[in-house]
Design a protein around this ligand. Sequence first.
Ligand code: ATP
Ligand code: MG
Length: 345
Amino acid sequence: MAVRLDLQEVSKVFQKDRESVRAVDAVSLSVDPGEMVTFLGPSGCGKTTTLRMVAGFESPSEGLISLDGKDVTPLPVNRRDMGFVFQNYALFPHMSVFENVAYGLRVKGTAEGDIRRKVREGLDLVGLQKAERRFPNQLSGGEQQRVALARVLVLEPQVLLMDEPLSNLDAKLRIHMRTEIRRIQKHLGVTCLYVTHDQSEALTLSDRIMVMNRGRVEQIGTPFEIYSDPRSLFVADFIGQANVIPGKVHSVEGDRLAVCLFDRLFPVRAVKGETFRPEMAVAVVVRPENLLPSDEGLPGTVRTATFLGGRVEYEVLLPSGQTVLSSDPYLPGQAMRTMSGGSRR
Ligand SMILES: Nc1ncnc2c1ncn2[C@@H]1O[C@H](COP(=O)(O)OP(=O)(O)OP(=O)(O)O)[C@@H](O)[C@H]1O
Ligand SMILES: [Mg+2]
């Protein structure tokens, strides 16, 4: 049975050169049984430290971690029933694939017959049923990563923790493996935390994403919410591409604003939970795909047009001197265009 995982106001303070660094700052998160939550954020924002505290490799300076309501904060790693997949998956080089996957079961004293069955099931799950006699140096990077995953999965952990497990793989394999990981996690229904600083990985893998910045939670939400309703400029800028255009509020009606940009009024959706008044200076966030070339709207000059396969990306110079990005599924007929589009905040 899958478990619920709760973090309540979890913090970690490290002592570094006689200074204290708050690497993780009051992080609260509730993960549903069988849910996959990704920690996403720039280098040094506290993703690994948070994961290590959940695993028990690091103890929190403050806060509580619980499984199904039971406090596990004081428990050592081996009493938490969690599986950890690292970036550097370090298989035992002198052991066959079978033995690598069997290792944890042997340590636990599992009966030989059960080991055989579980290892085969585990290798089946990651698509390596034919490779059990091979050695790690006879496997590709992606295959090695699958063995590392199988090695953890055969132990049937209550919670699966993964810290950038795909960052050593090339781009194509990463994309393939992330759908595999998603499939396996859903198939097993295991509660899962996954660390990445790759936003497209987070968008495809997660039930929910926790965006972190300087040890704090910026926003927790589904990939759709995080992308379409970012609560801060940091989130808007970190997930996908964002044009941030300064403007002034003209009028407010519920969560709808009319915002003045370059002497023209545009309808804009307000960020939830914030109050806006006429005359307020605001930052309007527009995704490139919502900023489409047209004959009316913002005046702008196309500086570059880049063909990217299914779409064309334009760099457009606005009268203010700011350059914005526009992404259009069609090829341009002319070099000079004006811009219009849906916008928010
Ligand atoms: N053992 C430690 N002692 C002192 N400071 C530490 C220790 N571990 C981490 N830190 C600091 O805590 C902060 C968060 O580190 P953490 O490894 O959690 O970041 P991260 O989000 O995983 O980054 P990355 O994407 O680079 O892996 C950093 O400033 C880091 O230098
Ligand atoms: Mg890290």
